[in-house]
Design a protein around this ligand. Structure first.
Ligand SMILES: Nc1ncnc2c1ncn2[C@@H]1O[C@H](COP(=O)(O)OP(=O)(O)OP(=O)(O)O)[C@@H](O)[C@H]1O
Length: 326
């Protein structure tokens, strides 16, 4: 069974200023042991998508569609069931998580917290598990007795990963897990995440604005623009030969992992992403698109299969796709 399946997921924030459709009709699947990268500029809906997977959205968000985790819909499960699922079946490593550690609690106690809450281990057994988890993320067991301020940013992020792994979840959702780290440490943490998910057969959904980071870590990529997936396929194909002009612009903007330029706005891509509350008609990308046609401003373009369909699924929502693959 597919570990995670999103079917036509839509999230709209309701506010007094009007509705903000942050995620619009996203369908994606993820197998156990597979890593899916979700890329896009700020405001494309990536974090909203990540938070929805664990039903962590604010109350003013209205959600439709299905989020099937091992076949069970996260959106309709009871609060009791949801509490059981969080950490134990699916856990989240979020942006800037290294700042989320409690400064006055010992590191070991914080890693053990999900184990305690889920009644999985206490006392000596919990201490053993914490030592094992610290070792898995490349930290010595004695760090359990220390406090967060004694660690570097990269080490704190490793602690957060240890905490996410504590209850042996089936799925980890990582939202910009390395963005706040310097280049060398970023590469180390990415390789740690990659090896842990492969070793434990965990599914990973990793969110980033940096396509090169995702391409180096994930098997497949989904590129989001204005709340929609505009391209999805094997990482190498999407990164090196994206069929949607927006994917190509992102790949050009972030050519190599850790490039300092990667921290800046995408090069060669003029204009700003649209305000989700006032989306342009037709393809949302058309006002910034270097290859748009008159029809792009009139009709939205659905995802289309790239190639002849004999390879791994690859889709892109661009009028030019059907012409290329003919
Ligand atoms: N609580 C909220 N209420 C209203 N609008 C929101 C809320 N949270 C996010 N949004 C809007 O939803 C859209 C998508 O935001 P989201 O944070 O998911 O994008 P993102 O791609 O993760 O961007 P970033 O990388 O900056 O976090 C944006 O236009 C944002 O302003």
């Amino acid at each position: 069974m597919t570990l995670l399946e999103l079917r036509d997921l839509a999230v709209t924030y309701r506010s007094t200023a009007g509705d903000v459709p942050a995620v619009r009709g996203v369908s994606l699947g993820l197998e156990a042991g597979e890593a899916l990268g979700v890329a896009g500029e700020s405001g494309s809906g990536k974090s909203t998508l990540a938070m929805s997977l664990l039903r962590l959205l604010p109350r003013d968000a209205s959600v439709s569609g299905e989020i099937l985790l091992d076949g069970e819909d996260v959106l309709t499960m009871s609060w009791g069931r949801l509490r059981a699922v969080r950490w134990a079946s699916a856990s989240l490593v979020f942006q800037g998580a290294q700042h989320a550690l409690n400064p006055v609690r010992r590191i070991g106690d914080q890693i053990a917290e999900p184990l305690r809450v889920h009644g999985m281990a206490t006392g000596a057994e919990a201490r053993r598990r914490v030592a094992e988890l610290l070792e898995q993320v490349g930290l010595p067991a004695w760090r359990a007795r220390g406090y967060p301020h004694e660690l570097s940013g990269g080490q704190r992020q490793r602690v957060m990963i240890a905490m996410a792994l504590a209850c042996s979840p089936r799925l980890i959702v990582a939202d910009e897990p390395t963005t706040a780290l310097d280049v060398m440490i970023q590469a180390q943490v990415l390789s740690l995440i990659r090896s842990l998910i492969a070793e434990h057969g965990i599914g990973l959904v990793m969110i980033s604005h940096d396509l090169s980071v995702l391409a180096s870590t994930c098997d497949r990529l989904a590129v989001m623009y204005a709340g929609r997936v505009v391209e999805s396929g094997p990482s190498r194909e999407v990164f090196a030969g994206g069929r949607h002009p927006y994917s190509r612009a992102l790949a050009e903007a972030f050519p190599t992992v850790g490039d300092p330029a990667s921290r800046m706005a995408p090069r060669g891509l003029g204009g700003d992403p649209p305000d989700p509350a006032h989306l342009p008609a037709g393809c949302s990308f058309h006002p910034r698109c270097p290859v748009s046609l008159v029809s792009c401003a009139l009709e939205p373009v659905e995802l289309r299969a790239v190639g002849d369909g004999t390879e791994a699924p690859h889709t892109a929502a661009c009028v030019h796709v059907s012409e290329e693959s003919r």
